[in-house]
Design a binder for this molecule. Structure first.
Ligand SMILES: *[C@@H]1O[C@H](CO)[C@@H](O)[C@H](O)[C@H]1NC(C)=O
Ligand SMILES: *[C@@H]1O[C@H](CO)[C@@H](O)[C@H](O)[C@H]1NC(C)=O
Ligand SMILES: *[C@@H]1O[C@H](CO)[C@@H](O)[C@H](O)[C@H]1NC(C)=O
Ligand SMILES: *[C@@H]1O[C@H](CO)[C@@H](O)[C@H](O)[C@H]1NC(C)=O
Ligand SMILES: *[C@@H]1O[C@H](CO)[C@@H](O)[C@H](O)[C@H]1NC(C)=O
Ligand SMILES: *[C@@H]1O[C@H](CO)[C@@H](O)[C@H](O)[C@H]1NC(C)=O
Ligand SMILES: *[C@@H]1O[C@H](CO)[C@@H](O)[C@H](O)[C@H]1NC(C)=O
Ligand SMILES: *[C@@H]1O[C@H](CO)[C@@H](O)[C@H](O)[C@H]1NC(C)=O
Ligand SMILES: *[C@@H]1O[C@H](CO)[C@@H](O)[C@H](O)[C@H]1NC(C)=O
Ligand SMILES: *[C@@H]1O[C@H](CO)[C@@H](O)[C@H](O)[C@H]1NC(C)=O
Ligand SMILES: *[C@@H]1O[C@H](CO)[C@@H](O)[C@H](O)[C@H]1NC(C)=O
Length: 708
């Protein structure tokens, strides 16, 4: 072994370490108006950013399921669909892409996609495969069904466009100009269906990329503009880590290939002939960007070489020790992977999956001084990733959820996107622990602003207009959860601590959908004990949970924001519930006196000079709307409560709805026998004998009725 061999080996190790440590660039949001440089396939962006194309009309395929899976070709199990054979299913970025640099040369790019081909026939008896394609063709060419994969027209002479495709081909085409090696092969196609050599023949059934084994395959393709190298990696493993070695590597100058065309599109295409196979695309992202080029190092003077060689020897020795440790560690990791394999199979397709070690590092081993919040079933930490990104990391109580439960839920949660909902950035399930990763909100929760120390400038910023915006924002978020999705998602833990604030003091409701992760009984107990005051009475009494329970909690929250008082005031037994307190003000005919004085008289707000009375009246009316809504939402009878779209509508139009005509005051309601009579006016006085009882114990103990 020469010195240079050692050197190269040493540099190789350094390079690999470097590559491993390089953080991936953040994906820029897909925007249809902007010839975006990067995109990720998300169901919500489908309409704006992607087009689904087929050759047969009408055609059910391609279509996208509620789970965001793109069925490209007819699923043979779909018995109702006898048509849709001989078809092409293609999903394309709406493009054209800005793929050229200022000199008109095709830039480097990389793509990643996950798909599954389910076959029902013997080898070679169904078809026809799937391909990633960079093409000058806006739509699949005519007559390109079946073995033409939506890439080429039937007659090669009819081709006018240029393309570069990476095909996963499941049919052996023995046409002389194509001559496929087998009915399971992977190849790079340049404006022809005959794959460039070398291709990969995977027709051995034990091959991890055998295409007749129903595998879910993750594939990476990259093009390097400086070397013109097209590389392909693929694996049947479900852990989304790119294998080290590419399966294909071909050099081709794409700038030259596309030189006579201005527009370039990218897509994923699949086709079927007489015998279809289900071709499902689970996820896809694409990035345009330069790669780090690894230059070979120039020759060094001899002395330096010797010195370096000596160092290398030491490093090598150390590396050997590390290697042994790594093997041991990798075995352990393999076990861990096995454990969560079912979870990963559902490959959370739209959110990043983090490694436990990464999150552990980001939070300094979940250290206490990184703790920013604590709930009944989770602890939230502030985490800083190696690339400096700051995240909020929610660590679920151990053993609370099973791997596949969380994987499924994460998938649902990650599809939920709304301006007023805190977006899930990623997740992790390892070592029996579930972690959810969110955007970090510098300003923290509304809770802190409402009830935290009010001396700071913070509280000044919570003037009336902002509060109203927050209430409306939360209402919009809940309306979306209840009505904007295919299924109604209950939040079940609406409270001030779950409302986070952006830099512009906009509300982002957090923790939505999590309720589904937690056993219902447990949830009821936890919420009752953990956040008294927000729980609708029917949950406490009957454990009955509907979206009206969220409406109840919202009502409490709205009044809390309006009054600047906590949902429960344990020092005030007669009307410890905020809603009762507001109701009593209403009974007295002075509901707006319940308002937080800071709303109408902001300490540093804009001075309301001449037209003060008018604005103040308008302001009062607006808040009367909020308080009435609050009362309506907190009615004992869940059916009488408005739904979230009515609430949101009323808030948007600032309509003052009539408050409920009757009210069951909590403290004077008999828990068993007495009728739910209209409450008579009861002054809010303190009842010292009950001071020590907490809200939840009140429910449990079923106190006898008493009248104030
Ligand atoms: C597209 O959006 C990105 C990020 O939002 C921006 O940097 C870029 O300049 C935009 N490109 C065009 C062509 O508008
Ligand atoms: C497509 O195929 C049909 C039937 O084989 C033929 O009539 C038609 O001309 C073809 N179209 C093209 C563009 O080749
Ligand atoms: C695959 O099917 C085609 C068409 O039926 C046939 O010509 C070819 O020989 C088959 N290949 C194998 C390996 O069975
Ligand atoms: C592909 O592999 C199969 C078996 O693994 C073999 O029979 C076939 O000849 C190979 N095809 C080519 C073109 O090498
Ligand atoms: C990948 O392929 C190998 C066969 O080569 C198989 O043993 C393994 O189970 C496959 N992995 C998955 C996740 O299907
Ligand atoms: C693939 O899945 C289909 C449908 O579940 C099944 O009929 C077929 O036998 C499976 N093939 C293999 C190789 O497991
Ligand atoms: C591939 O898809 C089929 C049908 O949707 C499914 O039954 C099978 O489990 C999937 N395979 C994997 C490895 O996820
Ligand atoms: C690649 O193609 C472009 C466009 O035809 C050409 O300008 C460039 O010189 C080519 N690069 C190489 C290395 O051949
Ligand atoms: C582009 O057009 C020119 C002129 O017609 C031709 O010479 C060249 O071969 C074309 N390039 C490709 C890649 O087809
Ligand atoms: C299409 O497939 C069916 C059964 O899968 C078979 O009966 C029929 O003959 C096939 N048709 C053609 C044109 O190959
Ligand atoms: C695409 O997804 C893979 C796997 O999740 C990830 O490693 C890569 O960074 C993503 N790329 C972009 C541009 O989002």
């Amino acid at each position: 072994m020469s010195i240079y061999d050692i050197l190269i080996f040493f540099l190789g190790i350094l390079f690999l370490v470097g590559v491993a440590a390089t953080p991936s660039p953040p994906a820029s949001p897909c925007s249809a108006a902007n010839a975006s440089m990067s995109f990720t396939l998300r169901p919500l962006d489908l309409q704006n950013c992607f087009s689904l194309q087929s050759l047969v009309t009408p055609s059910r395929y391609p279509y996208v399921t509620a789970d965001g899976e793109v069925f490209l070709t007819r699923d043979p199990a779909d018995s109702a669909q006898q048509t849709n054979l001989y078809n092409v299913g293609r999903i394309s970025y709406i493009g054209p892409l800005e793929l050229r640099d200022q000199n008109g040369l095709v830039r480097s790019f990389s793509t990643f996609f996950v798909f599954n081909i389910t076959t029902f026939t013997k080898y070679n008896e169904s078809g026809d495969g799937i391909a990633f394609v960079v093409t000058t063709d806006r739509a699949p060419p005519e007559n390109s069904t079946g073995r033409f994969l939506g890439l080429m027209p039937e007659k090669a002479s009819d081709r006018h466009e240029q393309f570069m495709a990476v095909e996963f081909d499941t049919f052996q085409n023995l046409q002389p100009e194509i001559l496929d090696p087998s009915a399971s092969h992977i190849g790079i196609d340049i404006s022809s269906l005959s794959s460039v050599k070398p291709y990969l023949n995977t027709s051995d059934p034990s091959h991890p990329l055998y295409l007749y084994n129903n595998y879910t395959i993750s594939a990476w393709v990259s093009y390097d503009s400086s070397t013109h190298l097209i590389q392909v990696w693929a694996t049947n493993r479900t852990y989304l880590q790119r294998p080290r070695d590419p399966i294909l590597s071909v050099s081709r100058n794409l700038s030259q290939l596309f030189e006579n065309f201005s527009d370039i599109y990218v897509g994923i295409t699949a086709a079927s002939g007489n015998n279809s196979q289900a071709t499902i695309l689970y996820s896809w992202n694409f990035t345009v960007g330069e790669f780090q080029i690894h230059h070979s190092s120039p020759r060094l003077p001899l002395l330096w070489s010797i010195l370096l060689a000596a160092i290398s020897a030491i490093v090598l020795f150390t590396a050997a020790i590390f290697a042994v440790r790594m093997i041991v560690r990798r075995r352990r990791r393999a076990l861990i992977e096995q454990e969560s394999i079912s979870a990963i199979r559902v490959v959370s397709r739209f959110v990043q999956r983090y490694r436990y070690s990464e999150l552990m590092h980001a939070t300094h081993n979940f250290s206490d001084n990184r703790k920013i919040g604590k709930g009944a079933y989770s602890i939230v930490y502030k985490g800083t990733l190696r690339d400096g990104t700051i995240l909020a990391i929610k660590r679920m109580r151990k053993g609370l959820v099973e791997a596949d439960v969380i994987a499924r839920e994460v998938q649902i949660i990650s599809r939920i996107k709304h301006r007023n909902l805190l977006e899930l950035e990623g997740w992790c399930y390892e070592r029996g622990e579930a972690l959810l990763v969110y955007q970090y909100m510098e300003r923290g929760s509304l809770d802190r602003y409402l009830h935290g120390d009010r001396s700071a400038t913070d509280s000044q910023e919570l003037h009336g207009e902002i509060r109203y915006k927050i209430i409306t924002g939360v209402a919009a978020a809940l309306e979306y959860l209840h009505f904007g999705l295919t299924e109604c998602v209950l939040h079940r833990d609406v409270k001030a601590a779950n409302v986070l604030l952006t830099d512009t003091m906009e509300a982002k409701l957090g923790d939505f959908g999590l309720a589904r992760l937690i056993n219902r009984d447990e949830m009821v107990t936890i919420t009752t004990a953990g956040t008294p005051g927000y729980v609708a009475p029917e949950i406490v009494h009957a454990g009955r949970v509907t979206e009206k329970a969220d409406v109840y909690s919202f009502g409490v929250l709205a009044m809390e924001i309006a009054c600047g008082r906590r949902a429960i005031d344990p020092s005030n037994m007669i009307c410890s519930r905020l809603s009762d307190w507001v109701w009593l003000h209403h009974q007295r005919g002075s509901i707006t006196e319940a308002l937080d004085p800071a709303i109408l008289h902001p300490p540093s707000g804009p001075a309301l000079r001449g037209d003060r009375d008018v604005s103040e009246l308008q302001e009062l009316e607006k808040w009367q709307c909020v308080l009435h809504l609050g009362l309506l939402c907190c009615q004992e009878d869940s059916d009488a409560r408005p739904d979230m779209s009515q609430v949101h509508q009323a808030l948007r139009s600032q309509t003052v709805l009539p408050p409920p005509s009757s009210w069951a005051l909590y403290s004077i309601r008999s828990s068993g026998t007495a009728t739910r009579s209209d409450a008579t006016f009861a002054p809010c006085s303190e009842s010292s004998s009950l001071l020590s009882l907490s809200y939840s114990s009140l429910h449990v103990r079923q106190l006898p009725s008493f009248r104030a």
